[in-house]
Ligand binder design. Sequence first.
Ligand code: SAH
Length: 460
Amino acid sequence: MRKQAEGKKPARRKPAAHSARRPEHAGRSGQKPSPASGTDRRSGAPAAAREQRQPAAGFAVQRPRSERCPYSRKCGGCQLQNLEYPDQLRWKQRLMERLIGRFCSVAPILGMDEPYHYRCKVQAAFGVVRGKFVCGIYQSSTHHIIPVEHCRIEDENAGRIIADILALLPKFHIVPYNEDTQRGVLRHVLVRRGYATGQYLVALVTGTPVLPAKNNFIRALLKLHPEITTVVLNVNRKRTSMVLGDEEQTLYGPGTIEDELCGLRFRISASSFYQVNPVQTERLYRAAIEMAQLTGTETVLDAYCGVGTIGLAASAKAGKVIGVELNPAAARDAAENARRNGVKNARFYAGDAGEFLRETAEAGEKIDVVMMDPPRAGSSREFLAAVCQAAPSRVVYISCNPETQARDLAYLTSHGYRAERAQPVDMFPWTHHCENIVSLTRRATPHAPPRTRVPARSGG
Ligand code: SAH
């Protein structure tokens, strides 16, 4: 396991969203958690769930219906449409205080100055409705496409690129894919923007590997949008709610784009996990690194590291960073990101975070700080037990689901840790999702087992 990474007929119900992680949440993003319930079935925290179903509760000032997004009811992505932005922040603060406040004090949530068009990853489903080519979002929990001309949270230019792709299709005889007959070509378009670099990646997701007139089509698209720096063809032959398939070929440019976060450059492919709100991501990472109180000597474990963003951002302030990530492709990207940024004190491993940390603790290797950022389901009991066994002096827990975070904090605080401070960050304005960081320190325990310091793995 410890492998170091190198380098409307009746509405058809969508299968449960697969995505391990994040509030990809909304609309065009396709893979979304159940927006209607607002609950995480795995965690079962009724108070928060109830509150999420009644996002207006306790707020007298409701936004007039005329100002709300016209698609919001069908899309289901932005559950807090009825609240003005400052009230959304108050609502999230209240939720955090209710769930996390029993462990530690909760600092005021970091909101956005401009809570619009923050999503740098935009997806649209393509189809044919009454003989007309359409693209847009899936109506909540169905496969009906709702044409959307303007989304208030997505990157505006990505929306224009998608609209122009739709307009170009007839000219190049590219027909949207029909899920029932399994005929046609284009299923989805995914656009990613490198926020700091201005680069755009377009992924054309098709049901077959053959895209008619692809060179001329791309030429026409680039003429309209010279900011597109790469186009990939992604083939998804499966009957699935997943947007992307496994086969990919680059049609134009390098196949990836780059973005900058915390002074580092990251390579992003169509399928990489990369936070969708770069402005708030930077604030999140900076706050988390500050809460880690690094002095330059510590060994930091970046658990659930994705493409290594947190660990690499922390590496300048740490003695050494070890990252672990389940997805081998992401772990490889993390290693490559380290190389490209000239970071020499970070190593990334593909594997289960719990197993990895348990083995590390059993080998007696010292971890000073654990920075953990698990998926919505929270951490595994194995991982939490391994944290307690490894006994780092500090844990920084970043979470996109305060309910599972509260569950995990209950474990850590009853097994030798004290929660110090919570810092919520609003990564997803207009939705009920909220990111939160909690710092914990290890209590002095008289019965702690003696620790032996063994030189860590080579090449750190
Ligand atoms: N810290 C990163 C990624 C967070 S998303 C960032 O901020 O971008 C959570 C990550 O945990 C995903 O990349 C997912 O693949 C990974 N993951 C899920 N289960 C895991 C497990 N059991 N062990 C290690 N990583 C896991």
